[in-house]
Write a protein that binds this ligand. Sequence first.
Ligand SMILES: C[S@@+](CC[C@H](N)C(=O)[O-])C[C@H]1O[C@@H](n2cnc3c(N)ncnc32)[C@H](O)[C@@H]1O
Length: 296
Amino acid sequence: MANKLSLTASYIAVKFYGLTLNPNIASFFDSFTITFYRNVVSYLPKKLSWNQKALKSRVWRNFFVWWEELLLPGDLMHILSRKYYIEHAILKALNDGYEQLVVLGSGFDHNGMLWASKNIPSFEIDTYSMIDQKKKMLEQAGYNSEDLYLCAIEPANQNINDVLLETGKFDLNKKTIYLAEGFFDYLSLESTQSILENITTFSTDFKLISTFFDLSELNFFHRFMFSSGVAMVGETLKLPLNKKEFIALLNEFHITIEKETCYSEIEKDLIAKMETDLPVMKGFYILESSKSYLKP
Ligand SMILES: C[S@@+](CC[C@H](N)C(=O)[O-])C[C@H]1O[C@@H](n2cnc3c(N)ncnc32)[C@H](O)[C@@H]1O
């Protein structure tokens, strides 16, 4: 997935933008978030940004939703839900005393800019080309914050601790939130282990907010559609773990789950209020965890 515009990151923005053109859905989000993804879509290359005009047509929007639901039911609403729950989980962590944010595989996510604009030091880590794209997008849309640090990484040769330290602004003593949204699924087991090791050796007090797809909960056809959809845009779902195994892996690094939000709860809690009967993708979870201390 190195060194090019991530199409998975781009489509997340397109889908979020399209769905929040519905005022019922938009009312659940802050205007900052809505505007941010609209700005991302206008920045994207033409083959993607045409959606900005097209999705304004209700007929096209309905067709887009129908088509998406046919191929992979719940994919659209899972995007919307992760943006909603993660923003709230970060806010809660900040209110609980966490002081800085690291966004792993930040893509076009809005959280770095959102929290930096509220003076929370925020560090986004992504490949060189994606960080370059993000810088240009932020510049084009007029975003600017002294508390936002965009950190480019060459995953094969650098580790996240080094790129964070290079900013000269990452404070090892501050309570840190690591956000891994749509991130670990795209990494091999070895890379996931090495990032978890980096985080745990680096930060003494941290919270990890992560999404997780348990592909084993999807039927064969939907599993195939998910993996091949990602493959069609040149990326790969690599992490060969189900949810139980992923949680066991976190535990190996003394990271314990504090809260698990699953697709069916999201449907009852959030989606029902949005007055839509669209499902949330089976096997989708938001996991909030933190490092547990071993008593001497
Ligand atoms: C599916 S996108 C998710 C983007 C964003 N987190 C979101 O949910 O909107 C995955 C992102 O991870 C980045 N990525 C993949 N492997 C990476 C690695 N080893 N280190 C840093 N970023 C990586 C990709 O470039 C891409 O922007």
